[in-house]
Design a protein around this ligand. Structure first.
Ligand SMILES: [Ca+2]
Ligand SMILES: [Ca+2]
Length: 211
């Protein structure tokens, strides 16, 4: 009986080892977390200074998609919020433009720590017509007042890649680096469909769309 149990458990261990090897070879992918902050908030940026914030990123050449966003909220809990992956508008100096995908609704999440928002449909950034120079903006828009807001790293170097909006256009935020990070991957994302303002507004309503 004991010998039989041992033999069966050896078979199970062998199957698990084979499965692990297969999953490693089939699903191996490279990911990187892009960030401008040091991981320690020194201030917060929230209502009424901003109702949405964005951070500029340029993905490495090997990256083909954005798969997640990390955000640090202050206070005990964040308000409900939406994550947007925004395309650059025009040419350098880039500013946030049209959404590169649908918004990803999230929150409330605990404050005082990193929250990971996994993009259930990774956003494909490999097409230079949609994401020139692999530039994109990770944006957070909250739906109710957020007095504590998003963490700000004011320690040098302040990289000047953050923007805020009170609903009418964007301004570069110079006090520090907003604590939003982007996870890029070499896995294939969902191709971006060129969307028109009219189509987006009819789907989500004007108030939920970034400018
Ligand atoms: Ca800091
Ligand atoms: Ca910095």
């Amino acid at each position: 009986m004991i010998r039989k149990l041992l033999r069966e458990s050896m078979i199970i261990v062998s199957i698990c080892a084979v499965l692990a090897a297969c999953s490693t070879s089939v699903f191996a992918r490279t990911e990187a977390v892009l960030s401008w902050d040091d991981g320690e908030p020194d201030a917060y940026c929230g209502y009424p200074e901003a109702i949405k914030v964005a951070v500029w990123f340029q993905a490495p050449e090997w990256a083909t998609s954005v798969v997640a966003v990390h955000v640090w909220f202050g206070g005990e809990w964040s308000p409900p919020f939406t994550v947007w992956l925004l395309r650059a508008s025009g040419e350098w100096p880039y500013e946030p433009g049209l959404p590169g995908s649908d918004g990803f609704a999230s929150g409330p999440v605990p404050g005082g720590t990193w929250s990971l928002v996994s993009l259930h449909d990774p956003v494909d950034i490999s097409n230079p017509a949609h994401f020139p120079d692999r530039v994109f903006f990770a944006s957070i828009e909250w739906e109710t007042q957020a007095p504590d807001g998003v963490g700000v790293d004011t320690d040098p170097p302040v990289d000047g890649k953050s923007l805020v909006s009170n609903g009418s256009g964007w301004e570069w935020y110079e006090l520090g680096d907003l604590m939003i990070r982007a996870v890029v991957s070499d896995s294939t994302g969902t191709p971006v469909e060129l969307q028109t303002w009219g189509g987006l507004k009819s789907r989500y309503g004007r108030s939920r769309l970034p400018n």
